[in-house]
Design a protein around this ligand. Structure first.
Ligand SMILES: Cc1cc2nc3c(=O)[nH]c(=O)nc-3n(C[C@H](O)[C@H](O)[C@H](O)COP(=O)(O)OP(=O)(O)OC[C@H]3O[C@@H](n4cnc5c(N)ncnc54)[C@H](O)[C@@H]3O)c2cc1C
Length: 405
């Protein structure tokens, strides 16, 4: 295969960008092309549901700074990959063009899951900058905002909309907000704090129907309750952008399966040499916890997986005998997550969702600053702090210590 063929990265967001940077750090000087469906150069998504949504959403406010190392990368923005042929080593984009590659990096992340309802105005989700800009235009003081979903994005958008003077109602099937990642106790405390700020909840409820023929006017819930509204925000999770990989034999069960070196794995267990997976879409094993491959939708994961994939791919491309050594280094990234809702700052390490029901208050008080520990078989697998930061570091170390044991 000629050396002049590029490494093609599909997905021009954080995972794709960090992989390109890591490839350069690994000494690869050949061509890199990034194909991205969005028109924007890579930007940071977390502010879209938080401060930026309230203070002015623009690309400048969230763009990742360009680094010299990747100045010569070719960005094909506004181009969607529709398929790839892993035998022929090509990607086809939605303009019908075929792009040959020497190695392929899958960095296509997630898209927002939507309610199965008619497409009328007033319906929103928050995954992209364009989504956030469209929503911001409707968050006028007094607007009645109905948020479906009480996960992190739903709770953050609710808090931001409330700060902007909107009337906010959250509808969710769980008994408490954030119950799946954080458990009922912390979830109830977060609800209490949201209620203090005037957010209303309909918990344990699902959507039965939407009101309004052309413009959103409200929801009817499964118990018959009518929740009137002007703006609907759907924050019901996400789906993996794997459709362009459907014709391949890659294992696409919940994202794209990868080994601990982020090389794509086929349904028959074959590990690819030249196809890598990074970011939210990567389902990879993390020996920090166990050998089970999981996707982790936390901000540090696109960076950690991008660095790892770039290092391994760089060693493979260099063909200098360093590949085995780089792969053998192991990969145990610590999932890290934060969230801001009203005056609350939440910081998490590890995977609280892995707990077997054993959740303990480690220090502080629920109604104030608190650290909550999540245990599986007596081992700390996650910690969440409300209003605490440095205090969490010993617990982070305790979680990390398991990787070495
Ligand atoms: C509103 C919001 C708030 C968040 N807040 C936090 C937070 O507070 N803390 C935290 O830890 N994490 C947070 N996250 C998660 C974090 O932003 C993600 O983990 C991160 O963006 C994932 O990066 P990625 O590069 O893997 O994928 P993505 O950012 O999803 O990027 C994938 C890119 O690929 C493109 N693409 C998809 N399919 C194709 C195709 N076929 N062809 C070409 N391009 C394609 C997409 O358009 C997209 O640009 C938040 C996410 C959102 C949306």
């Amino acid at each position: 295969m000629p050396d002049a063929l590029p490494v093609i990265i599909v997905g021009a967001s954080m995972g794709g960008l960090r992989t390109a940077e890591a490839l350069r750090r690994a000494g690869y000087t050949g061509p890199i092309t990034v194909i991205g469906e969005e028109l924007h150069a890579p930007y940071n998504r977390p502010p879209l549901s938080k401060d930026v949504l309230s203070t002015g959403v623009s690309h400048e406010a969230v763009a990742f700074p360009a680094r010299a190392a990747t100045a010569d990368v070719t960005w094909m923005l506004g181009a969607r990959a529709i398929s790839t042929d892993l035998e022929a080593h090509t990607v086809t984009t939605d303009d019908g063009l075929e792009h040959p590659w020497r190695a392929l990096v899958i960095a296509t992340g997630l898209r927002a899951r939507r309610l199965d309802l008619p497409l009328i105005t007033g319906r929103h989700c928050v995954r992209t900058l364009d989504d956030a800009m469209a929503l911001r235009d409707e968050l006028d003081p007094g607007a009645r905002v109905v948020v479906v979903g009480a996960g992190f994005i739903g709770c953050e958008v609710a808090a931001t909309a409330r700060k902007l003077g909107c009337e906010v109602t959250i509808v969710a099937p769980g008994a408490e907000p954030l119950i799946r990642p954080l458990g009922a106790t912390l979830g109830a405390e977060l609800r209490r704090r949201h209620e203090e700020h005037g957010v209303s909840f309909h918990l344990g409820r699902t959507v039965a129907a939407m009101l309004g023929e052309f413009q959103f006017e409200g929801l009817q819930l499964d118990d018959g309750t009518i929740v009137p509204g002007d703006v609907l925000v759907e924050a019901i999770g996400s789906e993996c952008n794997t459709d362009w990989l459907d014709a391949t034999d890659l294992d696409l069960t919940d994202g794209v399966l990868a080994d601990a070196a982020l090389r794509a794995v086929s349904t028959d267990g074959t590990v690819s040499r030249d196809v890598f997976v990074v970011g939210d879409i990567a389902r990879f094993p993390n020996l920090l916890f166990d050998g089970v491959a999981r996707r982790v939708e936390h901000w540090n994961i696109p960076t950690d997986t991008g660095k790892r994939a770039g290092a391994v791919l760089g060693a493979w491309l260099a063909a200098d005998g360093s590949l085995d050594e780089v792969v053998a280094k192991g990969f145990t990234p610590m999932p890290a997550f934060w969230s801001n809702q009203f005056e609350m700052s939440l910081q998490a390490y590890g995977l609280p969702g892995l707990a077997d029901g054993d959740i303990r208050i480690l220090e502080g008080e629920l109604s104030g600053a608190v650290a909550v520990g999540y245990y599986r078989a007596e081992r700390l697998v996650g910690v969440v702090g409300l209003g605490l930061k440095a205090e969490l570091l010993p617990y982070r170390q305790e979680i990390a210590a398991h990787a070495a044991s």
